[in-house]
Design a protein around this ligand. Structure first.
Ligand code: ACO
Length: 332
């Protein structure tokens, strides 16, 4: 017998302040036409002065817990995926833990940049499958605006702030089944997760600061074309790996909920899968790239507006600095 983890609730939060491309073009040498044409981004949300990653994370987590209909006291593990923690230490997750009123278990941060949510999903799922946690809050939260070089037009137009969260819970024990066996991919829950990284590509996307290297926070630096090329290739291979591991074909997917980096990357992945655009949840136009927060933000939107329904098969995928990339397949 084995345990499957089920997603029983989701929530998200976006800071109030919206910055349009038009406003950006008053600050740097750019245009709405350039940004929309290259990325599909029309606007982004920005955290207010004094509004921290933990504040965004807390609001998203509270909404996910309310949606799940549980109390924070039931949560025995909190995982926060972020690249923009409040402080170098302690883990921002521990702040959120206390503010939520969670008194049991453990809380920690994980860092896989834009792949943070799928990395967190794998960690949460494995804790539940191993019997080490029963109810997990997984949050992706970022204040990426704080690590942008606002004079570098090739990066500052791409990112935004936000947070999204899910609650995972250990489901009923189900009989063991091997991949390929009829019915092994039926039933609710996380069907599989797949992670990769390749440190040889560190220099394509990184922050030029940090406690051990410069003792400064630093700013995002990126080889845009290099990242784009790797994203298209790595995301195509990870979705194929995920489908093959589950004995499924692209047409079995009800919703692709991808990391929202760039509309052209989303379109390329959908095209390679042969998925029509209306099966792809897109928020990049309104949220820009919110790194680890983008998948749970998109997921929450599609659940709340009724697109995602119980029984739907959802494929999530992401790539980010590292490079890191991964995917998770979930039956809602
Ligand atoms: N406004 C106007 N012009 C600009 C801007 C801007 N904001 N930024 C760059 N340009 C100019 C460049 O200076 C260059 O001008 P030049 O030809 O005179 O030198 C020209 O536009 C073309 O620049 P490129 O960098 O070659 O543009 P490209 O077509 O590669 O598009 C982009 C850039 C949008 C960043 C693209 O490479 C991309 O999307 N890469 C993926 C990056 C990404 O998504 N990163 C997020 C993190 S990783 C992830 O989440 C998957």
């Amino acid at each position: 017998m084995r345990i499957r983890s089920e997603i029983i609730g989701c929530g998200s939060y976006l800071p109030e302040r919206v910055m349009s491309n038009a406003e950006l073009s008053t600050m740097i040498d750019t245009t709405d036409e350039w940004i929309v044409g290259r990325t599909g981004i029309k606007q982004r949300h920005l955290a207010a002065d004094g509004e921290l990653t933990s504040d965004l994370a807390l609001k998203a987590a509270e909404r996910a817990i309310a949606h799940a209909g549980i109390s924070a006291a039931e949560v025995d593990l909190l995982i926060l995926a972020t690249t923009t923690p409040d402080n170098t230490f302690p883990a921002t997750a521990t702040k959120v833990q206390t503010k939520l009123g969670m008194t049991n278990g453990a809380a920690f941060d994980i860092q896989a940049v834009c792949s943070g949510f799928v990395y967190g999903l794998a960690v949460a799922d494995n804790f539940i499958k191993a019997g080490q946690a029963k109810t997990v809050v997984l949050i992706g939260a970022e204040t990426f605006s704080r690590i942008l070089d606002w004079e570098d037009r090739s990066t500052c137009v791409l990112f935004g702030d936000g947070a999204g969260a899910v609650v995972l819970r250990a489901g009923e024990k189900i009989p063991d089944a091997s991949p390929g066996e009829v019915g092994h991919n039926r039933g609710r829950g996380v069907l599989s997760t797949h992670l990769h990284s390749d440190g040889a590509t560190n220099d394509l996307l990184y922050v030029d600061g940090g406690p051990s290297s410069t003792q400064t926070v630093g700013h995002v630096r990126m080889d845009g074309k290099g990242v784009f090329r790797h994203a298209v290739a790595n995301l195509a291979s990870i979705v194929i790996e995920t489908l093959e591991a589950n004995g499924l074909a692209p047409e079995d997917i009800d919703w692709l909920v991808p990391h929202q980096a760039n509309k052209r990357i989303l379109d390329s992945t959908a095209r390679k899968l042969g998925l029509p655009n209306d099966k792809v949840v897109v928020t990049v136009d309104r949220h820009a790239n919110t790194s680890a927060a983008s998948i749970p933000l998109a997921l929450d939107e599609a659940v709340r507006d009724g697109r995602i329904k119980q029984g739907d098969l959802i494929l999530m995928e992401a790539m980010g600095g590292g490079l890191t990339w991964g995917a998770g397949l979930v039956r809602w």
